[in-house]
Design a binder for this molecule. Structure first.
Ligand code: ARG
Length: 595
């Protein structure tokens, strides 16, 4: 299906255009047109405009009303406005013609993108997300980064943005000296047949990590040998590097198994961990030092900030190179910025990282601005997310106070969801295999939706009972709304998409649903501009709620108005389902056809 140029026109846009045409002196002034409880829309822009033109707002508003074509008086066979009146100090209350609602939706329904326009001037965004650490268990924070990052990637790509993914995994650092040295001294530890599963790979690593740590803390000589091993690693010694790679590869088996469970696609070439920037570190330091952005202080290479101070008012610098010559997290991130800006040609750098790292990124970004790697054309944003809390409102831990294993959590979500699906499955005659497949789609969807439906910066409670509930603001509710519509469409049994009938009058629930559908494109634009998936989740939840009201109040297959009304209501069902599906897909959540 080809895109029709007029598709970008929403009811909202058409009303705004009609208002400007009726009042040429408004120029490009914003009519401040909003959805309203009093009428379909209210425009409040006359107040500011009257001030500017030194006129009376009510008079200006009346002028608009008298110049505007409305249904009863207009020669236009398809007026968008049914009725308009002045209220209060000069507000305009606007009622939309039923035919305009239906006709606009029909034009959008004819387009694969549901009439959602692409961004006017797309750029290149490098997004840093899903970045767990080698030889360590993934935790709920890594879950948030992956889920939010994946949704933002989908949303930006749909808007037409060029997106480059970077998974900045923690695959470098002094801890590898200890791990490698231990492995050399206990060669059979990772030597089993290739790990059969991700979880097995992880438990092997975990066991090794703990044993190495214990030895490191208790045996001074092992500690010393580990330190020398770090030097070998940095010098690129062959045997050492081979063992390091073994840790990375083993960990990747595990990461991929978790991402797979999460139904998130990660591609190997996009995994560029900390080690990927090793060759740039010395040069980064040289550039920072030569430009004077960084200075030597007690042997270390530091960047200072006026507003970053420690407890006693002592400045806390960003340390780019330690006094022993070692490079840390900051040097790597600064090198990654150079790479992403100069090599990948990004104009936006996005970091989906825990809010507890905000000070680090603030200092890193400011440093990059001082040296000019970031500037007015190229900017960096941390999409900082809050902490995952348990039901008790404290950081999420097991009863024994340990970090919860991500895999266990996902498995439990899936099991609970399967139980919900199983209960309803009798009616649908689902096979056990289908129940399990849908259980995963519902359970993983529930975990993702709970994360995505609150603003990322807020902490959120991980409460599986609430997540898989059929009522309330959950993905299950949305998935059921979608499946219910599909079942109606199947019962209608038409091979082709139902057509719209703009000549029909609409019931209030149809109008409310239609006007909300009209806002899909505008919502997505806002969601993409502010990296705010929760606004999309909110939109979809409201869409499902409005559909539920419509379904309760307006019989579809037994509509009293005859075959045209049946088809028009099927049309509304169809475009609602397609909008739900598109929106859920952008959040990374599946919509099973039968549930
Ligand atoms: N690996 C880090 C962690 O687990 C997150 C990395 C964030 N990205 C970055 N460019 N520093 O906390």
């Amino acid at each position: 299906m080809a895109s029709v140029p007029s598709l970008a026109a929403t009811v909202h846009q058409r009303v705004a255009d009609a208002l400007s045409a009726a009042l040429p002196e408004a120029g490009s002034a914003d009519p401040l047109l909003r959805r309203s409880d009093r009428a379909d829309f209210q425009a409040n822009g006359m107040l500011a405009l009257a001030k500017k033109l030194k006129g009376n707002p009510r008079e200006l508003a009346s002028k608009v009303v008298s110049h505007l074509p409305v249904a009863a008086t207009s020669a236009d066979p398809d007026p968008v406005i049914e009725d308009i009146e002045v209220s209060g100090p000069g507000f305009l209350n606007i009622t939309i013609a039923d035919s305009a609602i239906t006709a606009t939706l029909a034009a959008r329904a004819a387009d694969d993108r549901l009439g959602v326009p692409r961004a006017d001037s797309p750029g290149t965004t490098v997004i840093d997300y899903a970045q767990p650490n080698v030889a360590k268990e993934m935790h709920v924070g890594h879950l948030r980064s992956a889920v939010i990052g994946d949704a933002v990637v989908r949303i930006l790509e749909f808007a037409g943005e060029q997106v480059v993914r970077r998974h900045h995994i923690g695959d470098w650092g002094t801890q590898f000296g200890m791990l490698i040295q231990y492995l050399i001294e206990h060669p059979h530890e990772l030597d089993h047949k290739d790990a059969a599963s991700g979880q097995e790979a992880m438990s092997n690593l975990n066991r090794l990590y703990k044993a190495a740590r214990a030895l490191f803390d208790s045996d001074e000589e092992f500690k010393e040998r580990s330190r020398r091993r770090v030097v070998d690693l940095q010098a690129g010694d062959e045997e050492t590097i081979a063992l390091w790679r073994k840790f990375v590869d083993e960990s990747k088996i595990y990461f991929y198994s978790v991402f797979d469970k999460l139904d998130i696609e990660i591609h190997d070439p996009d995994v560029v961990g900390e080690s990927g920037y090793n060759d740039m570190l010395a040069e980064t330091c040289r550039l920072l030092e030569e430009s004077g952005v960084a200075v030597r202080s007690e042997g270390a290479l530091c960047v200072f900030f006026d507003d970053v101070k420690g407890p006693e008012g002592k400045p806390v610098p960003l340390i780019v190179q330690k006094s022993d010559g070692g490079f840390g997290y900051a040097a790597t991130d600064l090198s990654a910025i150079r790479d992403r800006v100069q090599h990948l040609k990004a104009d936006t750098l996005l970091y989906v990282v825990d809010a507890r790292q905000s000070l680090h990124f603030k200092m890193v970004f400011e440093t990059a601005r001082r040296i000019g790697w970031l500037n007015d054309q190229v900017h960096a944003v941390q999409l900082a997310f809050g902490t995952v809390l348990g039901k008790d409102g404290k950081p999420f831990k097991t009863r024994a106070g340990e970090t919860v294993r991500l895999e266990d959590l996902l498995d439990e979500a899936t099991e609970r969801a399967a139980a919900v699906v199983r209960e309803k499955s009798e009616k649908l005659g689902l096979t056990e295999e289908e129940i399990l497949e849908r259980g995963a789609q519902v359970g993983i969807g529930a975990v993702k939706y709970a994360d995505l439906s609150t603003s990322a910066s807020r902490d959120y409670k991980f409460d599986l009972d609430q997540m898989v509930s059929l009522n309330g603001d959950t993905s299950v509710y949305l998935q059921y709304a979608y499946a219910r519509i599909q079942s109606i469409l199947r019962r209608a049994g038409e091979g082709q998409r139902p057509l719209a009938h703009p000549e029909l009058r609409l019931a209030p629930a149809e109008r409310a649903l239609g006007l909300h559908l009209d806002q899909f494109g505008e919502t997505l634009r806002e969601v993409a501009a502010g990296f705010e998936p929760h606004k999309l989740a909110g939109y979809l939840y409201q869409l499902a709620s409005l559909y539920t009201t419509f379904y309760d109040q307006c019989p579809v297959l037994k509509a009293e108005g005859g075959p045209a009304q049946v088809e028009n209501r099927l049309f509304l069902c169809d475009i609602t389902a397609r909008t739900l599906r598109q929106g859920m897909t952008l959040l990374g959540i599946r919509t099973p056809e039968r549930l």
